[in-house]
Design a binder for this molecule. Structure first.
Ligand code: CA
Length: 222
């Protein structure tokens, strides 16, 4: 069962098209025409992913995304109409997992839906991950090193969680970008290097995430 996608879109023609494609791929679709209606829908049924338009009557998509993020990590793909909207989503100010720029092809959107689900659901479950003296608690979104809490951003946390889920396995920059970011950044794989450097610094363990020359990064087995 592919599960339910919550579609929040006020334009009938776009909404009908997106719904048809989602249903064709086996998803059940709950279609809300406003942000308020969409948020109400979320409290009514389990939803696997949200496709969220930015321009909506009442509260806009940015606000809807912020409210979803205040309580959950439910995957969100945003539909943007203008460059400035796309920039805000790409800048991750709102915590969306990915975005698609209008006009988009339904095929492109469906590819994004699959990629986001693959990436977000590949992240570890609720059980803590421990490697050496680093312990990561997915449910609480907390990391501790030798018993002391370490503050990571959401993206840094996901990156570390992904690497810690498979100690000893080398992940290429491209794989990390796809699995942890799920979209093409202007900075490309350089983004990964910057985040790895940040995580190393915050953990205070320069060697915890190892660079494997020509291959990528790994967390050493403890
Ligand atoms: Ca709209």
């Amino acid at each position: 069962m592919a599960g339910t996608v919550l579609l929040i879109e006020d334009e009938e023609s776009i909404g009908a098209l997106v719904r048809a494609y989602l249903e064709r791929d086996g998803y059940r679709v709950a279609w809300a025409r406003s942000g308020e209606e969409g948020l109400a829908e979320l409290s009514r049924r389990p939803v696997r992913l949200v496709v969220l338009d930015i321009g909506l009557p009442g509260i806009d998509g940015f606000e809807v995304c912020a409210r979803i993020r205040a309580t959950s990590r439910l995957p969100v793909i945003m539909l943007t109409a203008r460059d400035e909207e796309a920039d805000r989503v790409a800048g991750l100010e709102v915590g969306a997992d990915d975005y698609v720029r209008k006009p988009f092809s339904p095929r492109e959107l469906m590819a994004r839906v699959k990629a986001v689900l693959r990436r977000t659901e590949a992240l570890p479950g609720e059980a803590p991950l421990a490697v050496g003296d680093v312990i990561l608690h997915p449910a609480e979104h907390e990391v501790e090193v030798a018993g002391a809490p370490v503050e990571l951003t959401a993206r840094e946390f996901d990156l570390l969680a992904y690497l810690m889920a498979s100690p000893g396995v080398v992940r290429s920059r491209e794989t990390l970008l796809e699995r942890v970011w799920g979209m093409d950044y202007p900075g490309g794989t350089r983004t990964v290097d910057v985040h790895v450097a940040q995580v190393r610094k915050k953990l205070g363990h320069p060697g915890f995430i190892r660079t494997v020359r020509g291959a990528g990064y790994k967390v050493a087995r403890s």
